[in-house]
Design a protein around this ligand. Structure first.
Ligand code: NAP
Ligand code: 8YV
Length: 329
């Protein structure tokens, strides 16, 4: 799969998801753009127009490429998806139908690792509560209580040790915090101890940082048993996908003291966040902002464009996902 050469024939592209200037303005007049911002908008696309589409950009995970959606485009060659996680695209269907899927790895790695560290420290040292305390005027009467949590006496178990996991590991090492990890296979070149068994690792640490893909293979893997193994000092930081945690079980564990606290950037049913979580004091909640700076989002948008352009220039995709590996030229 290396892509067709650009000829004088125009190439019809589906631009699916929120409008982005870098995507909207990124293509020459050799391309014809068909833009639809929402799932409901896409219903307006006629079968005759769908028949012509050869490439698709998915500009945000508020829309997706499930098999039913992809099946509407019989000539589709490539889906260029925004984000490194692509659980909103059916990559197995794409592989089976000779469609390449690309994502946007690497350009967001350090940004997401920064957010993970910030969320970890904010959760342990109670930044949000402290900020509210100061603003309410209480500091003038009494010092803020000492935090029970600290990075100083912690051992971190990373769940996922890929690009972003390793970037978080480097930050933890610089902070002199011990790190071990769980993944299906040992990560090449990584010297931290590898635990093939998640429960065994949870027993050996007091903090989990989740940074692995969503989807069926990881659904609800952080369950009551894992939280019990982590114990009452336990802290869970999730910068992966909400689907990775059994969310009702997490709420129960935070309420009962089975674990101490959580820092969450992602949720099971975004943008809805359970009222029970929103009311809790021992959680820090972020609206899925791991990569959400202007500089990093621009780089991700550009990679969405570049994957489509190099494909249609016959040079293969830049960053194909594992399910649809593509040969370069
Ligand atoms: P990556 O380089 O592909 O690393 C994925 C890691 O997860 C690998 O260590 C992999 O190891 C492990 N893994 C995969 N499936 C697993 C399973 N079933 N059980 C245990 N471990 C598993 O990906 P990345 O670039 O680091 O990104 C990781 C994820 O972070 C993305 O997929 C996305 O969901 C999330 N993310 C979130 C944000 C945000 O805004 N919050 C931003 C970027 C990314 P094995 O294959 O050996 O198991
Ligand atoms: C995206 C992310 O912003 O890259 C990912 O996997 O979670 C974020 O960087 C999000 O997926 C929106 O599409």
């Amino acid at each position: 799969m290396a892509g067709g050469n650009i000829s004088s024939e125009k190439i019809d592209l589906l631009i699916y998801g929120p409008s982005k200037p870098i995507v909207d303005n990124g293509f020459s007049d050799q391309f014809v753009l068909h833009s639809f911002e929402t799932v409901a908008d896409l219903e307006r696309l006629t079968p005759a127009a769908a028949e012509k589409i050869r490439g698709a950009a998915i500009t945000y995970n508020s829309v997706g490429g499930d098999s039913k959606t992809l099946a509407r485009f019989p000539k589709l060659e490539i889906v260029s998806s925004f984000g490194v996680g692509y659980d909103h695209v059916d990559a197995n269907y794409a592989r089976d139908h000779n469609i390449v899927v690309t994502n946007t790895p690497d350009v967001l790695t350090e940004e997401v690792a920064d957010i993970a560290m910030g969320l970890l420290i904010a959760t342990l040292r109670e930044f949000i509560k402290a900020d509210r305390y100061l603003r309410s005027g209480l500091w003038t009467t009494q010092n803020f209580p000492l935090s029970v949590g600290s990075l100083r006496d912690r051992k971190i178990g990373m769940v996922g040790m890929g690009r972003i996991g390793q970037a978080i590991g480097r930050r933890l090492e610089a902070s002199r915090v011990p790190v071990v990890y769980h993944s299906r296979n040992p990560a090449p070149g990584v010297s931290y101890r590898h635990y093939p068994d998640l429960i065994e690792m949870a027993k050996a640490v007091d903090t989990l940082i989740l940074i692995l893909p969503g989807g069926a293979s990881t659904a609800k893997m952080i369950n009551t048993d894992v939280m019990k193994a982590l114990g009452p000092r336990g802290v869970i930081i999730n910068v992966a996908r909400g689907s990775v945690i059994d969310e009702p079980a997490l709420i129960a564990a935070l309420k009962s003291g089975t674990i101490l606290a959580a820092g969450l950037d992602v949720f099971a049913n975004e943008p809805a966040v359970p009222e029970e979580l929103r009311a809790m004091q021992n959680v820090v909640l972020l609206p899925h902002i791991g990569s959400a700076s202007v500089v990093t989002r621009n780089a991700m948008d550009q990679l969405v464009v570049d994957n489509l352009k190099t494909w249609f220039a016959g040079k293969g995709p830049l960053t194909p996902v594992a399910e649809t590996p593509a040969k370069g030229r």
